[in-house]
Each structure stands twice: as structure tokens, then as C-alpha cells.
Design a protein around this ligand. Structure first.
Ligand code: AMP
Length: 403
């Protein structure tokens, strides 16, 4: 593989896999363009070098071939605006209403340095998700070099995210800037973590996070477990958790994790106390109780003040921090304090020199909600992909570039 930032794209057509799977409203207006803005620096570097960019992406989940609703043509105007934000209006953006075939080939062939071509939705072909080699080869013919900047789909072995890479020589494939940032940060945490290394795992379900916890038992010094999933652990240890969230079929797994942690000398921190509520609602009556003595009819919806104090201290003494999943039902004001306090502790440890990575949908939403995204070292854009990475899996999109 080549390093994107060192590569000179002058005179070359770069075939760039982006993730433009943005949400649209009923009138086809983009309601959140983060995925598009995140990849603009990659496109700009290619154009600035004197190259041209051919962009390909999936968009939604079309079932039976081309449909207007899932056409990437709805994004062309906004893409043009983003690439011409300086007002000079120098970047031309073309659209090909098929991602392979005659028109795509001709338009790609005519593309001049500094120009951009967006191809129609890859998922209009079933071959994309099947990882079909013939389809991948046809796509590969459109560009001289292949750049993968779609970290969010790196865990899928699709034609455009993984299979395509084999049609490019080793020095003609690389990660884009966004993907490079994700891979570097994830590897820093997984393979070069300075200790103490604290992993903060929260969210609703233990079952979703078992693999990540097991992998982290090999790497972290401390694992903080908060959110709804903590109550399965607390019940497994013999606590009374009232009506709190619990996966009864995971009690054994929870005990097993606690036992393995002991053997491996990893400290697992469960919340000493909880903010409890008499119903799952924003206007519930609340109280604070030890997390293992929650009365029947009540449920723990946030970590309590003692837990906040203990967790914050562990975080503050850490050199590496990974955070996935909220500490409570942070969407409701009465139960947001735990998640907010932990976000502040992560920010303060980062200010003292720790490396902190926040990944996974809801913890990313939380740091954004509390305006702390720029106070942590890295916020990952790839929910499912990041989770699988931290579970220790090989991501096809990464392996295909590196091999
Ligand atoms: P996940 O997608 O597994 O990371 O879970 C995130 C969701 O877990 C958020 O929507 C939170 O509201 C929810 N959650 C966090 N703590 C609790 C809790 N104690 N009880 C119920 N739901 C919770």
C-alpha cells in the first residue's frame, strides 16, 4: 500500500470509495452531511495535486435495482457546494447515472485534472454486496489508483470496499485521510496503548459488547462498565437490581468475564450507586441507591454520584482511554449526569496528555451533545466497523489495502 499524504496524484484518476450514505428528508434535502464533509479533505488533496476524483458509494438499501429514492444524484448539488466552499467555483462535479457500463467509462475517461465524477449508487447492483469479482473488476477499470475512505463500511467484504483492491498493484492502493485517521487511532489504542489503559464500556446490552470486553481483557488495565449492561453483572454477583435492564441468559457470561478479569489482573469497575427511577420516563420520580440494592419496581437509569467520583478518578489516572457506550439514558435530562461527567473526565485526562478515542454511535452522540468532541483525541465515524475492530476482527476493507 502507499501512504496517501505522500502520494502525488498529478495526472491520475483516483477511484475513491466514500461513504455518502447520508440521511435525506422527504424533499431530498440532506439532514446531516457529516459523512460528506469528513471526506472532503481527501478529495481536495487529489485535486490539488492535479488529479481527478471518481467517487463511488452505496446509498440506502435499494431492493430491486435503480430507484429514484436511492439515487446519488440528489447529492450532486451539495457535493458541488462543499468542493467550492471558497467561492471560486473552480471544481466541476459530474454525475454518471450508472456506476459501470459505457456512460461511466466515457465520463471517467474524459475527466480532466481538478474535476470530480460521482457514480450512481453501487447497491443498484446486487453484485456489490455479494463481493462479485467481475463487478469489482469493471469498477477498477475506471481509475488509475484506488483510495478507500469509507471506514464505516470497512467491516464488509463488498466489491467496492475490499474485492476491488486486488485489481490494483500494491503501490496503487491506499487509505484516504479519513480512513487513515481511523486506522491510526484504532491501532494506537489496540497495539500501542500506553498504560494505564482504561476502557469505558456502556450502553444497553451485554450481549452486544461481550466480544469487545473479552478482547479488551487482553489489553486494558481497567474496564469501567456502566449503562444498562452493568445491571446484568450486578445481578450475577448477587445484587438486587429491581426492574433494571437485565439479560438473564447472560448471567453466566458476566461471571465468566469477572473471573477472567481477576486472573488477568484487569480491574473491572461497576457503578457503586445508581440514579434510580420509578418508571422509564423523563418525568419519573428519582432517587439514588447502591446499585446492588435497588427496590422492586424501580430501575437504574444512570450511574450515581459515588460511581461518577470513582470512575472519574480511574479515567484521570489513565494514559489511554477507549470509550464506547453511554453510562445511562443520557437522552433524558434526569439521567444524563453520569455520561456527561464521564465525558468531562475523558476531556480532562486528554488535556493532561492521555490519548482518548470515542467510538460507537451513542457515545459519539454524547460527546457531541455535551460539546466535547474537540476535547478528546479522536472521535470515530465508523460505529459497526470500529466495534468489530475492537473485537479483534480483521476488517476486510483494511486487510485488502494492506495485503
Ligand atoms: P448501545 O447502543 O448498546 O450503546 O446502547 C445505547 C442506549 O442504551 C442508549 O439509548 C441509552 O439510553 C441506553 N441505556 C443506557 N443506560 C441505560 C440503562 N441504565 N437502562 C436502560 N437503557 C440504558
Amino acid at each position: 500500500m502507499s501512504k496517501f499524504s505522500d502520494y502525488n496524484f498529478n495526472g491520475l484518476k483516483a477511484l475513491v470509495r466514500v461513504d455518502f450514505n447520508v440521511p435525506l428528508d422527504a424533499d431530498f434535502n440532506i439532514t446531516d452531511d457529516n459523512r460528506m464533509t469528513a471526506t472532503i479533505p481527501t478529495i481536495q488533496k487529489i485535486l490539488a495535486d492535479g488529479g481527478s476524483a471518481i467517487l463511488m458509494s452505496h446509498f440506502g438499501r435499494p431492493k430491486d435495482g435503480p430507484t429514484d429514492k436511492y439515487s446519488l444524484k440528489h447529492l450532486v448539488k451539495h457535493l458541488h457546494q462543499l468542493l467550492n466552499a471558497d467561492g471560486a467555483n473552480t471544481v466541476k462535479v459530474f454525475f454518471a447515472d450508472d456506476c459501470i457500463g459505457e456512460q461511466a467509462r466515457l465520463t471517467a475517461g474524459m475527466l480532466k485534472p481538478g474535476e470530480v465524477l460521482l457514480l450512481e449508487n453501487l447497491r443498484f447492483y446486487k453484485e456489490e454486496e455479494k463481493g462479485d469479482e467481475g463487478f469489482a473488476e469493471k469498477l477498477s477499470k475506471l481509475g488509475d489508483v484506488y483510495v478507500n475512505d469509507a471506514f464505516g463500511t470497512a467491516h464488509r467484504a463488498h466489491a467496492s470496499t475490499a474485492v476491488i483492491a486486488k485489481y490494483f498493484a500494491g503501490d496503487k492502493k491506499m487509505f484516504g485521510l479519513l480512513m487513515e485517521g481511523e486506522v491510526i487511532s484504532a491501532e494506537k489504542v489496540l497495539h500501542e496503548a500506553e498504560k494505564p489503559f482504561t476502557a469505558i464500556i456502556g450502553g444497553a446490552k451485554v450481549s452486544d459488547k461481550i466480544l469487545i470486553i473479552e478482547n479488551l481483557l487482553e489489553r486494558a488495565t481497567d474496564i469501567i462498565i456502566g449503562g444498562g449492561m452493568a445491571y446484568t453483572f450486578l445481578k450475577a454477583r448477587g445484587g438486587n437490581i429491581g426492574n433494571s435492564l437485565c439479560e438473564n441468559d447472560r448471567l453466566e457470561t458476566a461471571l465468566d468475564i469477572l473471573e477472567k478479569a481477576k486472573q488477568k489482573n484487569v480491574s473491572i469497575h461497576l457503578p457503586e450507586d445508581s440514579v434510580i427511577a420509578d418508571k422509564f420516563a423523563a418525568d419519573a420520580n428519582t432517587d439514588v441507591r447502591p446499585s446492588d440494592a435497588i427496590p422492586d419496581g424501580w430501575l437504574g437509569l444512570d450511574i450515581g454520584p459515588k460511581a461518577v467520583g470513582i470512575f472519574s478518578e480511574v479515567i484521570n489516572n489513565s494514559k489511554t482511554i477507549l470509550w464506547n457506550g453511554p453510562m445511562g439514558v443520557f437522552e433524558m435530562e434526569k439521567f444524563q449526569n453520569g455520561t456527561k461527567s464521564i465525558a468531562l473526565a475523558v476531556a480532562s485526562a486528554t488535556a493532561k496528555g492521555a490519548f482518548s478515542l470515542v467510538g460507537g454511535g451513542d457515545s459519539v452522540a454524547a460527546v457531541n451533545k455535551f460539546d466535547l468532541a474537540d476535547k478528546v483525541s479522536y472521535v470515530s465515524t465508523g460505529g459497526g466497523a470500529m466495534l468489530e475492530y475492537f473485537e479483534g476482527k480483521v476488517l476486510p476493507g483494511i486487510a485488502a489495502i494492506k495485503d
